[in-house]
Write a protein that binds this ligand. Structure first.
Ligand SMILES: Cc1cc2nc3c(=O)[nH]c(=O)nc-3n(C[C@H](O)[C@H](O)[C@H](O)COP(=O)(O)O)c2cc1C
Length: 259
């Protein structure tokens, strides 16, 4: 099983998405999968200009000479793709959407009835492609409702591309992962992510018990404690920045007065 795991967070290795993906990938590898894992932010990816050159003048090839050809190659040679994204303005990150749009050259300009859902029209594929899709998303708010657009989108994408949507891990309160002080308390959750990766490869999906644990084995007991923690965190950061600015301002004034 070849897996292509994609971190779509613009925060790259500092992101919650990366922190969730890393143990998940470890679990998949331990179960025997060959995994290619990328942080999209490390690659040059222009946004699609909608010129259709990849369907007309140079079929299968974009006019941009950036890193997409390499990434598309990793995608079309894998059996499963794992999309990782933060929720940005109630949707996936713009970076991940840019990547997905730029996979346009893998389609041929030929409409056909969808193999798995004859009620919808799809595009012909120019290449082989992964036949399974898994989603890992995290968001800042504490409720699951904020994942609805992202979850719906990736289910639809899988349907349209004749792939099987094999599951999702949705993690609200994702800001908890950002602080170094919470890393120890998060260790059991990272272990759980590893179990998820292992189960996905061995059984093709997460077990019901593990899906349940993803919701219940969480480090905070209530939404209110999260709201309080996040508000305090940002108040503290704003205070710190204000004090630094005041200090800088005072130093500049002293320098000006003494010169
Ligand atoms: C531009 C922007 C938009 C965001 N929009 C939302 C949102 O709509 N809903 C939400 O719950 N969190 C939102 N967040 C918070 C992020 O989802 C949250 O900080 C998450 O943990 C970031 O994950 P990452 O570190 O993997 O990038 C937003 C953050 C940014 C920077």
């Amino acid at each position: 099983m070849k897996v292509f795991a994609i971190n779509g967070s613009p925060r790259g290795k500092n992101s919650t998405t990366y922190r969730l993906l890393r143990p998940f990938v470890t679990g998949m590898r331990a179960a025997g999968a060959e995994v290619e894992s990328v942080n999209l932010v490390d690659y040059r990816i222009n946004y699609c200009t909608g010129c259709y050159v990849c369907w007309t003048t140079t079929p299968g090839l974009c006019h941009f000479n950036d890193d997409m050809e390499k990434l598309i190659n990793l995608l079309v040679t894998s059996d499963m793709v794992v999309y990782g994204t933060p929720v940005h303005t109630y949707n996936m990150s713009a970076l991940l959407k840019t990547f997905i749009d730029r996979t346009f050259p893998i389609h041929a300009p030929k409409l056909k009835k969808n193999d798995n859902n004859p009620d919808v029209t799809s595009l012909q594929h120019r290449h082989s492609k992964p036949n399974k899709l898994f989603l890992i998303a995290n968001c800042g708010f504490p409720e699951y409702v904020h994942f609805e657009p992202v979850s719906f989108y990736f289910r639809h994408l899988a349907k349209m591309l004749e792939m099987k949507f094999v599951g999702e891990i949705l993690r609200p309160m994702g800001d908890v992962f950002k602080r170094p002080s919470t890393q120890t308390v998060l260790r059991p959750y990272y272990d759980l992510m590893q179990i998820c990766g292992d189960e996905l490869i061995r059984f093709g999906k997460l077990s019901k018990a593990t899906e349940q644990r993803l919701k219940t084995d969480w480090v905070l007991t209530s939404d209110n404690s999260y709201i309080e923690t996040v508000n305090l965190h940002y108040e503290h950061l704003q205070d710190k920045t204000k004090k630094l600015k005041e200090k800088k301002h005072a130093n500049t004034r002293i320098k000006a007065e003494t010169s």
